[in-house]
Design a protein around this ligand. Structure first.
Ligand SMILES: Cc1cc2nc3c(=O)[nH]c(=O)nc-3n(C[C@H](O)[C@H](O)[C@H](O)COP(=O)(O)OP(=O)(O)OC[C@H]3O[C@@H](n4cnc5c(N)ncnc54)[C@H](O)[C@@H]3O)c2cc1C
Length: 164
């Protein structure tokens, strides 16, 4: 979502899987390891016989010796923690999102629909003729104060009201 002119908010949706597939397709086969969780990083200082390296250990036991490590592993980044970057701060919001697929077509217009209520924002955005990206955001009360939470029954009611 972005503001193109001072009064206009525009949104472009990208299917994450399609984006990943498009990026991976440009690389030689076997270069990307999917579902490989990084668990630890060790820096190996240079010696007379070898240059400095970074050793990555994956959850499946694989060990990778890397010359360059680029961290793009999200909000709970193992790389950021290893670099000593500060821990993420709470945004004061809890959210869920998903992609619903309607193989025969959803029949909705290609436009965003947002529904605002007291502390809650819900939205739908068709990303194709068959896929709808949806999200639900609940503003929580600032840290240290009582949190506003929903029971499962209340949550189901909200979803039913908004999405049916
Ligand atoms: C509910 C919700 C709605 C949002 N809506 C929008 C929106 O409408 N527009 C917008 O611009 N942004 C939105 N955002 C924010 C957006 O998703 C993030 O800002 C963006 O995805 C961050 O990108 P990233 O590459 O830093 O991390 P991520 O997209 O989180 O990617 C991190 C990747 O690293 C992988 N990973 C994590 N840990 C490891 C590990 N140990 N080893 C190996 N791989 C690992 C993960 O599997 C993931 O593939 C939303 C976020 C949420 C939660």
């Amino acid at each position: 979502m972005g503001r193109e002119r001072s009064d206009e908010v525009r949104m472009r949706a990208v299917d994450r899987k399609a984006l990943l597939d498009a990026l991976a397709d440009e690389l030689p086969p076997g270069m990307v390891r999917f579902s490989s969780k990084l668990v630890s990083i060790d820096a190996i200082p240079a010696t007379s016989g070898s240059s400095e390296a970074t050793v990555l250990r994956l959850e499946d036991g694989a060990v990778i010796r890397a010359k360059i490590l680029i961290g793009c592993d999200g909000v709970h980044s193992v790389v950021a923690r290893w670099l000593g970057l500060s821990e993420p701060l709470r945004s004061g919001r809890s959210t869920i999102r998903g992609l619903s697929v309607y193989p025969s077509g959803h029949g909705l217009k290609q436009e965003i629909r947002q529904y605002l209520s007291n502390g809650i924002r819900a939205g739908l955005l068709p990303i194709s003729n068959t896929g709808i990206y949806w999200y639900l955001v609940n503003n929580t009360i600032p840290q240290g104060k009582l949190r506003k939470t929903f029971s499962l029954d209340q949550f189901e009611l909200i979803c039913t009201e908004y999405f049916h």
